[in-house]
Write a protein that binds this ligand. Structure first.
Ligand SMILES: O=C(O)C(=O)C[C@]1(C(=O)O)C=C[C@@H](O)C=C1
Length: 378
């Protein structure tokens, strides 16, 4: 192709693009008029039926398979942008997506009753002490679910639950519990976790046959433990329970993976310090309350939603964040019980519930996804 031809074609493209922009602007103005109608009548922004008809009709105008796909993508994008514009107009009219959370200056902790899972000396206990300080009323329960029940019923003001570890990833059971109970995340605290190998005062590493701990702790120390293949690894409900078991059983062939605090608490010997392979091993704990409150200066919004098992649905939902300039910091998916191959997504994004961009994004996700819940702003 000659240089001159290229310039000519580009000139023609420029002319077409100018026309597209003019038409696009006209289309967006009409979309704004639809928004006014929807504000007056209370109709939702997202009209799935209408969008499907639109895609059918515009793809019907072209013959080629590639062009059908291209036209479908183009109009899906245009209608997505059109919806975001409508959400923006609605927010300006004061129709907010999520306004049932109450902002507070600080999370009230005076006389707080705080529940954690496990026993004294467990990492959850350490996280609770780290966040609340030692002068609060702490108590412990056997399972994470028990802790959720204590908060939902109001017997405890707050629960402290691990949600993510920097080397082993999400604590998935607790994501499922967030769905099952009406508790909200009001804060988080990061605990640096350093595991030790603990045995009876007269134990020595050569005699060890069995190691007990929480499955996450065993995973976090897998490089060290797998170098000692003759040790049987057994999971128990938490690291401090493992330490307690060693002292109660009195068997020098048994060891626990737990904190050095647990060693002091239960009178065990540290056979080896810091056996976790990731030396900056950190666990993120969430603080839960049954009140829908958030700190005025909160910076992270956690939500969950479900999507139909269809191509492009996650892409479209996430566009609610992209078009509102919101940065997503975490995404996890969990199977929906009883609905094979359908998933619930957990997303953390930067922002505060009082910001219009967050309100727009939430309104879009609420309308376009299924069962959206705001889990907290902290
Ligand atoms: O027809 C509507 O109800 C509109 O709001 C317009 C429009 C579009 O841009 O075409 C936008 C959002 C709806 O989901 C469907 C279509």
């Amino acid at each position: 192709m000659k240089k001159l031809d290229l310039l000519e074609i580009r000139e023609q493209l420029d002319g077409i693009d100018r026309e597209i922009v003019v038409l696009f602007e006209k289309r967006m103005r009409l979309s704004g008029e639809v928004a006014e109608f929807k504000i007056e009548t209370g109709k939702p922004v997202y009209d799935k039926e209408r969008e499907m008809q639109k895609i059918d009709s515009v793809t019907g105008m072209v013959d080629d398979g590639f062009m059908k796909q291209a036209v479908s993508e183009l109009f899906t994008q245009m209608m997505t942008i059109s919806r975001h514009y409508q959400y923006k107009l609605m927010a300006e009219h004061g129709l907010k997506g999520e306004d049932t959370f109450r902002p507070v200056k600080t999370i009230p902790v005076t006389d707080a009753r705080v529940v954690y899972q496990g026993v004294e000396g467990a990492y959850s206990h350490a996280a609770a002490l780290q966040y609340f300080g030692s002068d609060k009323r702490f108590y412990h329960v056997v399972t994470f679910e028990d802790a959720m029940k204590e908060v939902e019923s109001g017997r405890a003001d707050y629960a402290v639950l691990p949600i993510e570890n920097s080397s082993a990833g999400a604590v998935i059971d607790n994501y499922d519990l967030l769905m099952k109970y009406s508790n909200y995340i009001v804060a988080e605290t990061f605990l640096s976790v350093d595991h030790a190998l603990l045995g009876l005062p007269d134990a020595s590493p050569e005699d060890l046959r069995t190691v007990f701990s929480h499955p996450q702790a065993l995973m976090q120390c897998s490089e060290f433990l797998n170098d000692n293949r003759n040790w049987k690894q057994i999971s128990v409900e938490n690291t401090a329970a493992a330490a307690k078991k060693i002292i109660e059983d009195g068997d020098p062939s048994q060891a626990a993976v737990a904190s050095e605090t647990a060693a002091r608490l239960y009178g065990l010997k540290v056979l080896k310090s810091s056996i976790n392979h990731n030396k900056s091993n950190t666990t993120r704990f969430i603080i839960l309350s049954n009140k829908r409150i958030y700190r005025e200066d909160a910076q992270k919004v956690s939500i969950s939603f479900e999507l139909p098992h269809k191509s492009g649905t996650l892409y479209n939902i996430l566009s609610n964040m992209i078009y509102n300039g919101i940065s997503m910091i975490m995404i996890e998916s969990r199977p929906i019980p009883g609905r094979n191959w359908e998933y619930r997504f957990f997303v953390d994004m930067e922002g505060n519930l009082s910001e219009p961009s967050i309100q727009n994004a939430l309104k879009g996700i609420l309308e376009e996804g299924r069962n959206m819940r705001v889990l907290g702003n902290y």
